[in-house]
Write a protein that binds this ligand. Structure first.
Ligand SMILES: Cc1cc2nc3c(=O)[nH]c(=O)nc-3n(C[C@H](O)[C@H](O)[C@H](O)COP(=O)(O)O)c2cc1C
Length: 251
């Protein structure tokens, strides 16, 4: 008999969705399951913004660099680190919240990401498709405006959700021994690195990527095109400013 969790081995990100709607009862059940996930001190220091409205999707689209999933998916979920609600409860109950710091942001972010991934697992186990959007942390300042997030709330990730309109090829992963260490960390020799990254480098889409971008190696596509240092520093500074403005930098 096939075990229920076996689909985890065959999952892949879905970026094209059919027109079949995701009904509210199903979505609520996925969100409910997500909220059963572990959460720091059972504080649930996260919020989930459900976006179905076309106008809202149009507003969010450029903030996700016009990735088509935002307007094409029936549901867009933005997961936020949120100490606003919990701090309000503290104040109402004569308790002084001490959550205006980076550690609390990390705590709330971890909570938000655990909920997000649990919703994704629940969705994928129902046959739905999902795609995470890393652009959320790049453009957090603008997403805060559109979603009207108050102080103490920062968007940490977005997930687009819908019924798959395609089943793309699964992409490779590094071999297990590349990422798993026994008892202590074993640093990598050059030979280890060459052997662990060989499959990724030899894939035909990787070879195509390198050629199209006029690069010599696949790593250069990452460092010089996809995740450039200058961009990383720029968006990192913006995110630090967001954390300050949203009250997470020890004010
Ligand atoms: C935090 C995070 C951010 C991501 N951001 C994007 C994104 O902005 N656009 C996109 O198309 N895919 C995004 N992805 C999906 C990854 O590209 C995808 O998971 C990876 O290539 C592996 O493919 P697979 O999920 O099909 O195995 C993101 C995934 C994660 C976990």
């Amino acid at each position: 008999m096939e075990r229920k969790s076996d689909y985890l081995q065959s999952r892949r990100t879905i970026r094209k969705y059919s027109s079949k709607p995701v009904d509210d009862i199903l979505l609520d059940s996925l969100l409910n399951k997500g909220c059963r996930a572990s959460t720091t001190g059972n504080m649930q220091v996260y919020s989930i913004i459900v976006i179905r409205d076309e106008v809202m999707k149009q507003k969010l689209s450029p903030l996700h660099f016009n990735q088509k999933m935002v307007t094409e998916a029936p549901v867009v979920l933005t997961f936020c680190a949120d100490f606003n609600r919990f701090s309000k409860w503290c104040r109402l109950r004569k308790a002084e919240p001490g959550y205006d710091n980076f550690l609390s942001f990390m705590t709330a972010s971890i909570d938000a990401l655990i909920v997000a991934q649990t919703v994704c697992v629940a969705a994928e186990s129902e046959g739905l498709g999902i795609c995470y959007l890393g652009t959320t942390t790049y453009m957090a300042h603008k997403i805060i405006e559109v979603l009207q997030l108050p102080s103490g709330v920062v968007p940490v990730t977005t997930v687009t959700l819908g019924w798959p309109a395609e089943i793309p090829e699964q992409v490779e992963r590094l071999p297990l021994e590349a990422v798993v260490h026994s008892e202590t960390y074993h640093d990598y020799s050059d030979e280890d690195i060459v052997s662990y990254y060989r499959e990724k480098e030899e894939r035909s889409d990787s070879v195509k990527f390198v050629k199209e971008n006029n690069k010599e190696t696949l790593a250069q596509v990452f460092t010089d095109v996809r995740y450039k240092k200058a961009d990383n520093i720029h968006f990192s500074n913006m995110l630090l400013q967001v954390l300050k403005e949203q009250g997470f930098m020890n004010q």
